[in-house]
Design a protein around this ligand. Structure first.
Ligand code: OXC
Length: 310
């Protein structure tokens, strides 16, 4: 039997496969469905101090090769998730709380609420591209360091960050330096590719309503961007800081590619929304078949093994 388990920041996952924050993880029902499914963890929607309806509809559209979204952080608010998290522990798999905010102070308030709720890990979302007028914090290295320093003073739970995609090696190095100074427990890369635009040529119109049609791109078309970011951080850190790969995973071979690049686990977004929680069963089966065919006894045995050309 192939071992698909993984360990991140001292937390054991039965399978290194879970939902990306945002995908089918807002409500109690959705979170419980993830608990019952073959997902290796339950990741909550990114939470803010107060419950939010999010942006106006239509705000998610499946497109050829992926999806575009501008959800605008619809969520139940810190107090509701703080109450739910202890209940989700009954599924006996790690619970990861995704923390967001509209102002730096929000994150600190959320950190205090989560401290009591006790998730296994916290993923600090530094990269939501869809709040009108609010930049993605992860593109501002000074602001990121400032915020994470303040959070570090509050958290006793291990915390990591969800980053936006970076497109230049200098930026990978600069953010990696910040994260090393802070001592984050893990990184999740990548969030959706922010502020992209999909056009309907028949209607001569954008396809989502918020922000004039600009939104985050996800799904198969962003896989090369995601793999590049996983690989870039693996080349900087090796196994020093675990990486959760996110972006473009549709089948078992996609997971294998993420892990070859250096990921310790993989998250799924668009394909989960399109297929529902049964996707985890299919992905685990396909991943097992792929590792068997390749002769790897476990998922972790192929981590970082991507070869470069002489
Ligand atoms: N990334 C996020 O971090 N949040 C959601 N969309 C996205 O692509 C959202 O809620 O808009």
């Amino acid at each position: 039997m192939i071992d698909l388990s993984t360990v991140i920041a001292g937390v054991s996952f039965p399978v290194g496969l879970m939902n990306a924050s945002g995908a089918l993880c807002v409500t109690q029902d959705e979170l419980e469905a993830l608990g019952k499914a073959d997902a290796g963890a339950i990741v909550t929607k990114s939470m803010t101090p107060l419950a939010r309806e999010g942006n106006p509809h239509p705000r998610y559209v499946a497109i050829d090769g992926g999806s575009i979204n501008s959800m605008g952080l619809p969520n139940l608010g810190y107090p509701a998730y703080a109450k739910l998290i202890p209940e989700l522990k009954c599924f006996r798999k790690p619970v990861i709380a995704s923390l967001a905010g509209l102002h730096p102070d929000d994150f600190l308030e959320g950190a205090k609420a989560l401290h009591v709720a006790g998730p296994d890990l916290v993923e600090v979302n530094l990269s939501c591209p869809n709040i009108p007028g609010k930049p993605q914090i992860g593109y501002d290295f000074e602001e990121t360091e400032h915020l994470l320093r303040a959070l570090r003073d509050i958290f006793s739970i291990p915390f990591g960050v969800k980053l936006p995609p970076y497109f230049d090696p200098i930026h990978h190095q600069k953010i990696a330096d910040v994260l090393e100074r802070i001592g984050v427990a893990f990184v999740t890369v990548i969030n959706s590719v922010g502020n992209t635009l999909v056009v309907d040529p028949e209607k001569e119109q954008v396809v989502i309503k918020p922000k004039g049609g600009f939104g985050g791109l996800g799904g198969r078309i962003i896989k090369p961007v995601a793999l590049a970011n996983v690989r870039a951080f693996w080349k900087i850190w090796g196994d020093q800081i675990p990486i959760i790969g996110t972006g473009g995973v549709e089948n078992g071979i996609d997971i294998f590619e993420h892990v070859l690049c250096g990921a310790s686990a993989v998250q799924v977004g668009t394909i989960l929304v399109e297929e529902g929680v049964g996707v985890f069963t299919r992905l685990a089966r396909e991943l097992t078949e792929c590792l068997e065919r390749k002769g790897y006894p476990s998922l972790m045995a192929c981590r970082g093994k991507l070869q470069e050309m002489e």
